[in-house]
Design a protein around this ligand. Structure first.
Ligand code: NAP
Length: 475
């Protein structure tokens, strides 16, 4: 029997924002029991499946998350899809509060003709594919052409560019997916275009990420002549203190543009170009771009087409123009901004707070910021929750939390993975990686992940004898 003073919380999503919400709750001083519910059998969301394999340092944050998972008040429940295996309303029957931290699982669309041609890919497909995400493992990328074009001047575009440019020699020891290494080994890409719709002052790269492109062996960074001459408003922007990173980035490109070329492979920055059409006979052969100029006040400059166009011959296009949230079953959704409407993390339904329901991370604020940004975001959400709890004392016959959800999932034959199961998978991936000279060989297939977890000597999954479940609820 649970002590009636204990607050039961379900957090949906075990990426950074989910773990940071758990951290804030555990630090609250209140008696809490938290279930961290995850769709995949393994934890860490975008840290495992979004951070590039050659940026292992960024993945070290999983140590912080693992330390949190070692706290007996936090339980990881993997391989449970909310909206299919259990509904939000059912979670609200089991828990005192539900915090949704499901991220932004889709991409913005360019909305131009030819976007769906073979060879045109959303960034998330490529990122998920090279990171061995089960949903993306089956994608096929044909890198047999000479030129790849990446649309967008954000950090995801840089990640994609770096992975294409580094190839298997420099990536072979990382935890990149085996299928990606094979494809990259056959890549014929010699030219990568990085296309921005605005100017150099408006690039969204962080300085370290951009500078890294200048260190890639065998590749030159090229900037088209005249592109670094700024309009008055952009020059004003760069001179402001908040533009320190942007100014460093422009300075870096100035340095790059003066370096003599020494390689036959190029990463070329193009500015003031908006995609208007992709053309080709069954697959992408050309990308048509409008040439733009900027208009508007500093920091609010938007693009205006000049009427001139340019066509780039390219057989591969990556649309890296930002992620987009998708509706979460059972909760309101603001389609125009791609988030769950909320006030400081309290979910709003037609403008009014929906009882005991909260959001955090990208599905709360949109797909912006680095991993650490989610910490402050989750602290804000948990502060809202604590304020609401202070105003509403617990009922004497408290909700059962974990035990109630376990019973429900067991009835439905859902095989739930624990953090201990993750440890088994983790060990196995590291063991397999060692055999191949990689720091980790990620297991892609969900059934195999479940099998590896269960095969640990003397150990069974929670509902090991259950048959593989059919979706209980309609998505
Ligand atoms: P992002 O930083 O928002 O960049 C999106 C880019 O796409 C911008 O250049 C934007 O231009 C452009 N764009 C948007 N709509 C467009 C359209 N219709 N046509 C042409 N261009 C368009 O998004 P992201 O690169 O996906 O990154 C998401 C978040 O993850 C960012 O906060 C990023 O810093 C973070 N991240 C961090 C790391 C890291 O720390 N190493 C790695 C990866 C991602 P405008 O500026 O004109 O809108």
């Amino acid at each position: 029997m649970q002590a009636s003073t204990q607050r039961q919380v379900a957090i949906v999503g075990s990426g950074p924002s989910g773990f940071y919400a758990a951290e804030a709750l555990l630090a609250s001083g209140l008696d809490v029991a938290i279930d961290l519910i995850e769709r995949l059998p393994v934890p860490f969301g975008l840290v495992r499946y979004g951070v590039a394999p050659d940026h292992q340092k960024l993945k070290e944050v999983t140590r912080v998350f693992t330390a949190l998972a070692n706290d007996s008040r936090l339980r990881f429940m993997g391989h449970v899809t909310v909206g299919r295996d259990v509904s939000v309303n059912e979670l609200l029957e089991c828990y005192d509060a539900v915090i949704v931290a499901c991220g932004a699982n889709s991409d913005r669309r360019m909305r131009v003709p030819g976007e769906e041609l073979a060879g045109s890919h959303p960034a998330s497909d490529f990122v998920g594919w090279y990171n061995a995400h089960p949903d993306h493992a089956a994608h096929v990328f044909d890198l047999s052409g000479n030129t790849a074009t990446i649309v967008g001047h954000g950090n995801v575009a840089i990640d994609i560019c770096r992975i294409l440019a580094k190839g298997p020699t420099l990536l072979g020891s990382t935890d990149i997916a085996a299928h990606a290494l094979e494809t990259l080994a056959r890549s014929e890409i010699h030219h990568i275009h990085l296309i921005g719709r605005r100017g150099p002052a408006q690039m969204k790269f962080t300085a370290k990420e951009l500078r890294e492109l200048g260190t890639l062996p065998g590749w030159d960074v090229v900037v088209e002549p005249g592109a670094l001459v700024l309009d008055t408003a952009s020059a004003y922007e760069l001179a402001q203190p908040q533009s320190a990173v942007a100014a460093r980035n422009v300075q870096f490109l100035r340095e790059m543009s003066q370096r003599p070329r020494s390689n036959n492979r190029t990463i070329e920055f193009r500015f003031l170009r908006s995609p208007v059409e992709l053309t080709g006979n069954g697959s992408v052969e050309r990308l048509v771009l409008d040439k733009n100029m900027l208009s508007g006040e500093p920091f609010k400059q938007h693009t205006v087409a000049t009427g001139e166009t340019e066509t780039i011959a390219t057989s591969t296009v990556f649309r890296s123009i930002g992620y987009a949230g998708v509706p979460f079953p059972g909760l309101p959704f603001d389609a125009s901004s791609g988030v769950i409407p909320n006030l400081q993390g309290r979910v709003l339904d037609n403008g009014a707070p929906q009882a005991r329901t909260y959001v955090t991370g990208w599905i709360k604020r949109g797909p912006t910021g680095i991993i650490g940004t989610n910490r402050a975001d989750s602290i804000e959400t948990v502060a809202s929750l604590l304020t609401d709890w202070a105003a509403h004392p617990l009922a004497a016959d408290g909700r059962e939390g974990h035990a109630a959800l376990r019973a429900l999932l067991s009835q439905r034959g859902i095989r739930v993975t624990s953090f201990d199961d993750w440890r088994t998978i983790d060990e196995e991936e590291i063991r397999r990686g060692k055999a191949r000279g990689q720091i980790r060989a990620k297991i892609v297939d969900i059934d195999e992940l479940l099998d590896v977890a269960v095969r640990k000597p003397g150990k069974t999954l929670a509902s090991d004898n259950a048959s593989i479940p059919q979706p209980y609820l309609q998505p």
